[in-house]
Design a protein around this ligand. Sequence first.
Ligand code: BGC
Length: 364
Amino acid sequence: MDRDQLVASSISIISLNQHPRGGYVASPLFAPYTYSWLRDGTFIAYAMDQVGETDSAEQFYRWIHYALKDKRSIVDDLIGKHERKEWIDRSEFMGTRYHLDGRDDRSEWGHFQLDGYGAWLWGIVEHIRATGNYAILEELRESVEITVDYLMIFWHYPNFDCWEEFPEFVHPATLACVYGGLKALGELENRAVLLEKAEQIRQFIMDHAIKDGRFVKSIQCVNENWQPALPGVDASLLWLAVPFGVCVPTDPIMQQTVSEIERELKQGGIQRYEADVYYGGGEWLLLTAWYGWFKAEAGDQDEARRCLTWIISKADALGRLPEQVGDVVRNPAAREEWIAKWGEPALPLLWSQAMFLVLSNKLK
Ligand code: BGC
């Protein structure tokens, strides 16, 4: 499989696995992933915009609108509870994934995840900038404002991270998504309130999520003091620089963070975090693409190209990319347990195909 073939198969896999209503299935052949996630979907739509498949991205954002547009009363009720300082159970918050046609998913899942809500605001602004289609913002206005109101109030609540774990903590990568979404929309529409909130979030990250000169995976508030909740880094910290711009890639704190990611999580590809047990904690293709993207932005084209070559080497004969590969795993016994439970890791994962497209496009 060469690069052009993998570009073609990635676009075709993404297109063929988009529901007529716009949802992208996370993975069509892996039963637990037969839903559409705000997080995966936004980056898939971003990739489709990058390669000129803007109609597909537009359909995805319509799908989000369909999923969220009638949730105004839910968000208003949540905000009311917050203002009255009432307890809110995690299950009451908005979902992280929906059915492919936009209906709610009522199954048990780690629903309270804020990153996808921030990410999609960022994504729709990227889409508008790529296409000049400002009219879509008015079409989606109700769901955009529901999302804005939701994030403006709940951004600092502990919630599941982007790997759908550790709901008791606050995660800098999640905050980066919220920051990126509010900032992008604030700039597009010249809305000072959104820009002020984004700056407050950025300052919060800088004040509370740095230890030993680098960002930390998660933080928690103990006796009114924020402190690191887990040792080590998480490769999703790359999102702080690309694409959300909490800091620039050359920022010394970011550089320190990436050195630690390289030391702890870099094999040929990139693993998620030190204690990862999901399928043993193998190397993730989308994170390897992300790291390559970061390296390209930071000026290291050679390393970015090496990442691209590594990803291409993991494609199967049909041009499909998995979620992760098990060449080097952190916990081999756990990998066997997951295979016994759910079968082999997801293949194809549309988010992997998408991040390959993003990196490939950056290196054109
Ligand atoms: C990952 C999530 C992802 C979901 C669907 C989970 O295993 O941790 O980040 O959104 O799969 O791809």
